[in-house]
Design a protein around this ligand. Structure first.
Ligand SMILES: COc1cc(C(=O)NC2CCN(C)CC2)ccc1Nc1cc2c(cn1)c(C)nn2-c1cc(Cl)cc(CCC(N)=O)c1
Length: 305
């Protein structure tokens, strides 16, 4: 037998029947498995006509029998499809066949900030400023579109091949239908979930994304989220008690400690707005913040060149 792997080629196709009855077929070759999340598996996919490589999130319809899962997917597609911003993963296309739903998205070949932190342990303040500026740009657009992401975390912040940050995964996002509307459903990822969401009584709004941004800034500078414990219930108690510390052995500036402390306020109305965060001393060190970072920072700190 020959040495090459016996990998079979997997093709999935979209049949389009035009109004005049004409049928056209778009074919995609499934590539490398990129990972999974929820009911979705993600692969590289090459459009065999245009040769364009995208990320294909494939959801088996057999996993969508429960109405909750089905509604969540419909909401994710409806919201993500409507968004267009340089710091939000571009929604390219969605179609289905008998077995699966296929969501074609912008490929971000440098993975997520989660892998970056695992590899680097922690980032320098200038790197954090660079990523925070891009996250705030995506959140300003999102909130102006009356959308709350509700699952902002390192694993949903992607880096494309040009090291641009792209916010992805709108599975828990929600669109507010009227000014002042408050949401109540409890959702999010334990480490990043805002106290008012846990509280469930008063309802929550855009401020939950600001809280998660505070958790992200802490995690990028320290190397792990502020309320992380091995047990979810204990994490929730620490969040409700606002119980976190800055470890002595990690040197971070007073401006960094100050912005994190202001954002991680149990009272949502006391948290700074996105504009106030941008004008805070942590984001205004006098020097200019780079638009993107060099690829070398995926492996080691930026050299003080
Ligand atoms: C080339 O582009 C990528 C490569 C990889 C990668 O190398 N993953 C390796 C695969 C092998 N295993 C062993 C380690 C991780 C991971 C992600 C890539 N790009 C990539 C992945 C992407 C997207 C854009 N671009 C979007 C949008 N959604 N998803 C998406 C969707 C799901 Cl359901 C799950 C995951 C994996 C978990 C995660 N949050 O990263 C990602």
């Amino acid at each position: 037998n020959t040495a090459e792997s016996s990998e079979q080629v997997v093709i999935f196709e979209e049949k389009i029947t035009k109004v005049n009855g004409e049928v056209t077929i778009k074919r995609y070759q499934r590539g490398k498995f990129l990972g999974k999340g929820g009911f979705a598996k993600c692969y590289e996919a090459t459009n065999l006509e245009t040769k364009k490589v995208q990320a294909a999130k494939i959801i088996a319809k057999s996993s969508l029998t429960k109405n909750r899962a089905r509604q969540k997917l419909i909401s994710e597609i409806k919201i993500h499809k409507s968004l267009q911003n340089t710091n939000i993963v571009q929604f390219e296309h969605v179609f289905e066949d008998h077995e699966n739903v296929y969501i074609l998205l912008e490929l971000c070949s440098n993975q997520t900030l989660n892998e970056l932190i695992k590899r680097r342990k922690r980032l320098t303040e200038i790197e954090v400023q660079c990523y925070v500026a891009q996250i705030i740009n995506s959140l300003k657009y999102l909130h102006a579109s009356n959308v709350i992401h509700r699952d902002l975390k390192l694993g949903n912040l992607f880096l494309n091949k040009s090291m641009e940050l792209k916010l992805g995964d709108f599975g828990l996002a929600t669109k507010l239908e009227f000014d002042g509307e408050k949401k109540r459903t409890i959702c999010g990822t334990p480490n990043y979930i805002a106290p008012e969401v846990l509280d469930g009584k008063v309802g929550h709004s855009f401020e939950v994304d600001v809280w998660s941004l505070g958790v992200i800034i802490y995690a990028m500078l320290i190397g792990k989220p502020p309320f992380e414990t091995p047990d979810v219930k204990t994490t929730y108690r620490k969040i409700r008690l606002n119980s976190y510390t800055f470890p002595e052995h990690v040197l971070i500036s007073d401006a960094a400690k100050n912005i994190i402390t202001r954002i991680l306020n149990l009272d949502p109305v006391k948290r700074p707005t996105l504009d106030e965060i941008m004008s805070h001393p942590f984001m205004n060190t006098g020097g200019s913040i780079p638009k993107t970072l060099p690829l070398s920072t995926l492996a080691c700190p930026p050299s003080a060149s």
